[in-house]
Design a protein around this ligand. Structure first.
Ligand code: BTN
Length: 319
């Protein structure tokens, strides 16, 4: 949505009637321009009543993960101060990368209703029906070398799990940062990095949460918030996650990595379970014992040896 349309929406968001003249005056645009933006909003699914004498009244808000709607629920400090909403795109991670390369500031968020080339971890694709999932990416510019960033991807899972718990579901974490409800995946996180060995230029956290619906018949069991009884708008889910991310990133920056790690352990559905870790060429089975401060998974293998995994996919074997 273009900026001026967003500004018109912000004038209508309270649901109170607002005259075209007043909006035009406040925004320093013409009444004809206000009408044009109202028309754009209607094409996006906003229902706006217009009456001579009273003006425009917003009567229905569609489920958009849009800035004006999201900012109703939290006050951003850094993350999500600017939220760019695209009705559709290839991938929000790819869109954000273009802006990051052009110097966009940390905290920029891109959301969309539909991705045509959604990316998952380890080169997989990520699919979701139009409007069914909350799809967004956050730009971070951490002042630390890439080698120290693994904890940040665990932290992203912690923040999402915390946010979903706040919304009323018992979200758990499967290493490294899949978010599950009752053993079914509700959210995936793809962290992509640009930098050199000793310097991080930026990190893009791409997060996909199944809100209204979830893909069926994939390689693992999936669920959605709605299927688990939580029917909240994507703007509300986005706001809750961004607020939780902001809090946890602050903790992480202030040196409380151990606190984030303790929360990961608390939310974990992996530790203490029999798991198979699928690496690039080999798979290993054993008991998931712990995560290290660097975010690696420690597994006690069946032959009694302990192995530390820094990457891989985990299948949980027991119930
Ligand atoms: C996974 O579990 O494999 C990670 C999935 C990450 C999906 C999100 S959706 C928003 C962002 N844009 C992408 O292309 N991918 C991430």
């Amino acid at each position: 949505m273009r900026d001026a349309t967003t500004q018109v929406l912000s004038k209508l968001i309270s649901g109170q009637a607002c005259s075209g003249e007043a909006i035009a005056r406040q925004l320093g645009i013409s009444r004809a321009a206000v009408w044009k933006h109202v028309t754009t909003l209607r094409t996006l699914g906003y229902e706006i009543d217009s009456r001579t004498g009273t003006g425009y009244t917003l009567t229905h808000i569609p489920d958009h993960p849009h800035a004006v709607l999201t900012h109703q629920y939290y006050v951003p400090v850094e993350l999500g101060k600017t939220i760019i909403y695209l009705p559709e795109c290839g991938s929000t991670n790819a869109e954000l990368r273009v802006r990051a390369e052009a110097g966009a500031p940390a905290g920029l968020v891109i959301t969309t209703d539909e991705q045509h080339a959604g990316r998952g971890r380890r080169g997989r694709t990520w699919t979701s029906a139009r409007g069914a999932a909350l799809l967004f990416s956050v730009l971070l510019r951490p002042q630390m070398p890439p080698g120290e960033l693994a904890g940040l991807t665990l932290l992203a899972g912690v923040a999402v799990a915390e946010a979903l718990r706040e919304l009323g579901v018992a979200a758990t974490l499967k290493w490294p940062n899949d978010v599950h409800i009752a053993g079914k995946k509700v959210c995936g996180i793809l962290a992509e990095l640009s930098g050199e060995l000793d310097y991080t230029s930026y990190v893009i956290l791409g997060i996909g949460v199944n809100v209204w619906d979830h893909p069926q018949g994939g390689e693992y069991l999936s669920t959605s918030l709605a299927a688990e009884g939580v029917r909240r708008s994507r703007a509300k889910v986005l706001a809750t996650i961004l607020a939780a991310l902001e809090t946890n990133i602050d903790l992480f920056r202030a040196g409380y990595q151990a606190t984030c790690l303790a929360k990961w352990r608390e939310f974990s559905a992996t530790l203490g379970r029999q798991v198979t870790v699928h690496g690039v060429t080999e798979s290993y089975t054993g008991l998931a014992r712990d995560v290290t401060a660097e975010g690696a998974l420690v597994v006690l293998l069946e032959d009694g040896q302990e192995k530390v995994f820094t990457a891989g996919d985990v299948t949980i074997r027991d119930k």
